[in-house]
Write a protein that binds this ligand. Structure first.
Ligand code: SF4
Length: 331
């Protein structure tokens, strides 16, 4: 807990050093408004998640991209996989001059976007931290070098099994040995290039299929020398059958929900649709390509969502697999 808070402050300080006083003022405003003006927000989001690719080379069992039914029902934009162009990415980023952290992925594999290094380099030039999740299958030496040279701050690599059988039965289409080799090579290359960044984290989706393997996965990667571990609870759209069947930890009804996403973060999909977070990408609050962000940030849909969340009337938040889980170590 203390480690997490210290890390968060170190990141914030770095952003403030990079982007200046406006980011600091914004961060103070955000803290005040959550208490005194909880529904209409004066500050601007500090963390932006941008979906730069809806393509993927795998068919992971828990992913909405793998399910035609989930795509049709909740996420129709995934029906035609595509990449976001650099100019669209730049347009989004330029709309958030007070943002400090950009998460460069949504539903899809971001390394399938050939312009990802260019996007990361743009974040670096503008003093913004860049983070992305990847399935690790395409972390070739050339790609890893490109990511290090463009200044990526953090790479989160999915790894869901401590052996070939479990891993390949969850991450369908991925090769266990190859992904392991890619991660080791990235760690080595960082050392060779004497680069502190990117920070490398291993993310595991905790589910019945791998419930006994979590500690073994960590042991394996501690030896390789990654920086951090993230455990995500299995989640999906409301009433998602796969999640309900395979989740080990159920969201707890009265757990304190510490999430502040509707106040300081925003999720933007490949078509520019604005949602409050990556756990509710099917909510449509506006479109960054069609209107000014400010007109969305405090519109009636956003306001209602914040009200419902605060008064615990939001079914989405009350059942959020990320935040309504008390177990320590879960993200
Ligand atoms: S769904 Fe979860 S992550 Fe999204 S705003 Fe609600 S509590 Fe936060």
């Amino acid at each position: 807990m203390v480690k997490n808070i210290t890390k968060k402050y170190a990141e914030r300080n770095e952003v403030i050093r990079n982007r200046g006083i406006l980011v600091l003022v914004n961060s103070i405003l955000l803290k005040i408004q959550k208490i005194y003006f909880p529904f209409k927000v004066i500050g601007k989001p500090q963390s932006i998640q941008i979906e730069i690719s809806t393509k993927c080379n795998l068919k992971c069992v828990m992913c909405p991209l793998t399910s035609q039914e989930k795509k049709e029902k909740y996420l129709p934009h995934l029906l035609k996989p595509k990449n976001m162009g650099f100019e669209e990415f730049r347009k989004i980023l330029d709309s958030f001059p007070r943002a400090g952290i950009i998460r460069i992925n949504g539903i899809g594999e971001p390394l399938l976007n050939p312009e990802i290094e260019k996007m990361i380099a743009y974040c670096t030039e503008n003093g913004i931290l860049s983070v992305f999740n990847t399935n690790g299958t395409m972390l070739t030496e050339e790609k890893s070098r490109g990511l290090i040279e463009s200044g990526a701050s953090s790479v989160i690599i999915s790894f869901d099994g401590a052996n070939k059988k479990t891993f390949e039965s969850i991450r369908i289409g991925a090769n266990y040995d190859k992904v392991l080799e890619n991660i080791s090579s990235l760690v080595k290359l960082k050392k060779e290039l004497k680069s502190e960044l990117p920070k490398i984290s291993i993310a595991t989706v905790y589910m019945k299929q791998n419930r006994e393997e979590l500690e073994k996965i960590r042991e394996m990667f501690r030896k390789i020398g990654v920086n951090d571990f993230i455990t995500n609870n299995l989640n999906g759209p409301p009433n998602d059958e796969f999640s309900m069947k395979n989740r080990v930890i159920e969201p707890e009804k009265n757990a304190p929900i510490s999430c502040v996403q509707p106040w300081d973060e925003v999720y933007i999909n490949i078509n520019g649709q604005i949602s409050p977070c990556c756990y509710a990408p099917y909510l449509n609050f506006g479109n960054i390509f069609e209107q000014d962000f400010d007109s969305t940030w405090n519109n009636s849909k956003y306001e209602q969502f914040r009200k419902n969340k605060r008064s615990r009337k939001s079914d989405i938040c009350n059942n959020c697999p990320a935040y309504s889980v008390k177990k320590p170590g879960f993200f």
